[in-house]
Design a protein around this ligand. Structure first.
Ligand code: 4AD
Ligand code: MG
Length: 430
């Protein structure tokens, strides 16, 4: 019977066949240990000379890394392995023999591995990170579907910018100018006025010349937008959502977190509510932590964010930033118009900002004023203004960066390992 490594617990004591690749092997005179992977997981296959015969045993010993095989054998429990099971191999058939697989069990440099990303994805650690990514996506759909949100897909090719013009990828759209989307937000606001509560999940592009462990040129964002919801209510959605995602990964990715060596204690604590600190207080905190030269009105850099995060054992919301350093669409605090009703959610352990969100300006006249201040003159923004003309309502939304969230939950240092094929400042290959 044909099965997969993920299903072997249902076949203890039975003989099954699995299509697999040879990840690694070691052998002695009488026994060979095959590290098998089939995409669904990793499992050890034991080949015993006395059982399989001399000729087949020699064939097993000569198997090369990443050769593809059909392996047949009996599933037995093995409490020492993360999977909990192994296979007593009775037979195998080589499908394709791999010669000189470039990624060997020895250490390789990052650039070499990135050049071989199409193969590197097969390795245990990269496999685990991608499974965590997949679980975060699954839990995201679950959370928003269970809470009455409608998935709406904003366009990728746009005529306008959502987050400022300096980081836009420009392209031609026949005779017109077009840009790759930096954020679906403006379209999601239109969608919220049509469906109430909506969320999107898609790629976004930033032509940012940043070369840090938190920056990708192409990254994926989850962008919920909620009509009739103020900033405070939006923060509650955010903390509930992030808690659900973390707890889902803890529950459904035990083998992967183990393979990554992730300290799960720190994650178990990630449950709503999350602490909130105002921008004003955060500036004070950062000053106290030794960054004396930061002034009110400046944005936080990565070291500041890390210093703030260290004061808390959960993700922390930094709220009410100066309007000057935030996007044009954010609603001013009615009691203090120099700050806006917004928050960034900073992950623990130095992973930085994972969410940016705000209440949006719903007043037509104020939005017109912002258009003038920001020189949003072209026709491209006409439709966005109209959302404030016809039944405008208080509404809020946010964007969660998937890759930074994967990095934090997986405990991997750099976002380049959190997306299958990263687009970085100097990398478009493979
Ligand atoms: O803070 P940002 O720029 O917010 C927006 O785009 C809003 N329009 C979202 C909204 O309200 N609908 O980006 C949101 C998140 C960040 O918190 C970060 O997690 C991630 O997107 N992000 C990046 N991730 C990887 N590489 C980059 N270059 C990123 N830029 C932002
Ligand atoms: Mg931001």
């Amino acid at each position: 019977m044909k099965t997969t490594i993920s299903q072997v617990s249902k076949h203890v004591g039975e003989e099954v066949t699995i299509g697999a690749w040879l990840a690694n092997k070691r052998s002695s005179g009488k026994i060979a240990f095959l590290q098998l992977r089939d995409g669904t997981g990793f499992m050890q296959g034991i080949v015993v000379k006395a059982d399989i015969g001399e000729e087949k045993f020699q064939e097993a010993k000569a198997l090369t890394q990443e050769s593809s095989l059909y392996v047949t054998g009996t599933i037995v429990e093995d409490t020492r392995s993360p999977l909990g099971f192994e296979m007593q191999v009775s037979d195998f058939e080589i499908i394709h023999e791999a010669v000189d697989y470039p990624i060997t069990p020895k250490e390789h440099g990052t650039e070499f591995l990135m050049d071989h990303r199409h193969l590197w994805l097969r390795s245990k650690r990269q496999h685990a990170v991608m499974k965590v990514r997949n679980e975060i996506i699954r839990a995201t759909y679950e959370f928003f579907n269970d809470n009455g949100y409608v998935k709406v897909d904003p366009p990728i090719l746009t005529g306008s910018s959502a987050e400022g013009t300096t980081e836009l990828f420009h392209t031609k759209y026949f005779d017109e100018d077009a840009y790759l989307s930096q954020s679906g937000q403006l379209y999601m606001e239109a969608a919220a006025m049509a469906f109430g509560k909506v969320f999107s999940f898609g790629p976004t592009f930033r032509a940012e010349k940043s070369k840090t462990r938190r920056h990708l040129i192409e990254f994926w964002m989850i962008e919920p937008e909620m009509a009739f919801m103020d900033h405070e209510e939006s923060l509650e959605v955010q903390e509930q959502y992030v808690s659900h995602v973390v707890q889902s990964v803890l529950q459904n990715c035990k083998i992967e977190l183990d393979a990554l060596g992730r300290d799960t204690k720190a994650l178990e604590n990630i449950k709503a509510p999350f602490p909130r600190i105002s921008y004003d207080d955060a500036i004070q905190l950062v000053k106290e932590k030794g960054f004396d030269d930061i002034e009110w009105g400046e944005d936080f850099g990565a070291p500041h964010e890390t210093a703030i995060a260290e004061a808390f054992d959960k993700p922390v919301f930094i709220t009410n930033y100066p309007a000057e350093i935030k996007a044009f669409y954010m609603k001013p605090d009615p009691n203090r118009p120099e700050v806006v009703l917004c928050a960034d959610l900073i992950a623990p352990e130095g992973y930085g900002e994972i969410i940016g969100g705000s209440q949006r300006i719903d007043d037509l006249e104020l939005m017109k004023q912002r258009y003038e201040e920001h020189d949003l003159t072209g026709d491209a923004y006409k439709w966005y203004l109209q959302l404030r003309e016809y039944g405008s309502v208080p509404h809020s939304g946010f964007g969660l960066g998937l890759e930074r969230t994967v990095a934090w939950i997986s405990g991997v240092e750099h976002v380049r390992e959190t997306i299958p094929f990263p687009r970085l400042l100097n990398r478009l290959y493979p």
